[in-house]
Design a protein around this ligand. Structure first.
Ligand SMILES: [Zn+2]
Length: 342
């Protein structure tokens, strides 16, 4: 088979869906993108069937044979090292401890690369910025607060055990109004994720609506669950509701604190904000970015904003994620092409 007929698949395995993308031998997207259910809770073999279905659909869309797909990159939403998932997260039990990378490779008859979802998202954002060759730190507020770091030149920094860039669990200098450090989903207290995540919004909205100040606010109603309140907050913020704006402003500032420390350690040059906030209105995104900057400026030394030698030179630029829903899948496809396309 000639080089031109080789293709590479990116498989982004999430808690509910698999997003898949197909990259050609030149490292360009073929435009074939598909989405199937991931069924991760039913065990990895069920998900493997879904991955095979995704590959069939990709091949059909690109009008190629499945056998022309010569390598795959996949990401899973759990810490993993050398093909082995270390903790269950949202996956079924049998994912843990099995070398799922090697099992998938054997099943498909092609080499497979595996990493976690934060790394895949960072690689995807790198891939959609082909003219940029510096470092890229991605942070993605969602249910939790994920992250990933691409080194200058395009390699991911996964750490010695694949456990690097758990950015949600660095500590931030911020306490609740009662002086306590809030509990995080990881069991520790005072993590960034305890402030910047959907989980954090649930706690924050509960605390705020209990105050006299907001007793007439629609979100103070006992008839709406806290889960629903946290979901609705974004819509309220888009409408400039003062309660919602206050909660997001605090969240953005605390994300800015965390980013100041991360930038001081890694000096990435570019920070990309992903997760669900990247899909909000431009107006809201601009405001949220302003809040991140408030926190960042408070804790980042001036050299992490502009060069002291060339004051116009920005040393850390901030952007919203640009790759859309399929950026992680594309990032995995590009990595597979780089690793297996020789
Ligand atoms: Zn934590």
């Amino acid at each position: 088979m000639s080089q031109a007929n080789k293709y590479f698949a990116g498989l982004d395995i999430g808690g509910s869906t698999v997003k898949a993308a197909l990259v050609d031998a030149n490292g360009a997207s073929t435009g074939a993108l598909v989405e199937v259910k991931s069924r991760v809770k039913e065990g990895y073999k069920t998900t493997f069937e879904q991955l095979q279905e995704a590959l069939r659909q990709l091949a059909e869309k690109a009008n190629i044979e499945v056998s022309a797909i010569r390598g795959a990159g996949m990401d899973v939403p759990a810490p993993n090292c050398e093909g082995v998932v270390w903790t269950r997260a949202n996956l079924g039990d049998d994912w843990v401890g099995t070398n799922v990378r090697d099992e998938l490779s054997e099943l498909l008859g092609i080499p497979v690369y595996m990493t976690n979802d934060g790394n895949a998202a960072a690689l995807g954002e790198y891939a959609v910025r082909p003219d940029y060759s510096g470092g890229l730190l991605l942070v993605a507020p969602g249910t939790g607060l994920g992250g990933g770091l691409v080194l200058p030149g395009g390699k991911i920094y996964a750490g010695a055990n694949g456990l690097a860039l758990e950015v949600g669990h660095i500590s931030v200098p911020h306490r609740e109004e009662n002086g306590e450090l809030p509990e995080c989903s990881c069991g520790l207290k005072g993590c960034a994720e305890a402030w910047v995540s959907l989980m954090a919004l649930r706690r924050r909205v509960s605390i705020e609506v209990a105050k006299d100040e907001w007793k007439d606010h629609p979100l103070a109603s006992d008839e709406i669950s806290v889960i629903e309140k946290a979901f609705q907050l974004r819509d309220y913020a888009e409408k400039d509701d003062p309660l919602a704006v206050q909660i997001f402003q605090q969240q953005g500032q605390i994300l800015g604190y965390a980013l100041a420390d991360l930038v001081r350690v890694f000096d990435p040059g570019k920070v990309v904000i992903g997760g669900g906030l990247a899909d909000t209105s431009e107006n809201f995104r601009n405001r949220y970015m302003g809040w991140i900057q408030e926190g960042f400026i408070e804790r980042a030394w001036p050299v992490y904003r502009n060069s002291p030698i060339e004051p116009e030179k920005v040393t850390t630029s901030f952007e919203w994620a640009a790759g859309g829903d399929f950026s992680a899948a594309l990032g995995m496809g590009f990595v597979a092409k780089d690793l297996f396309g020789k």
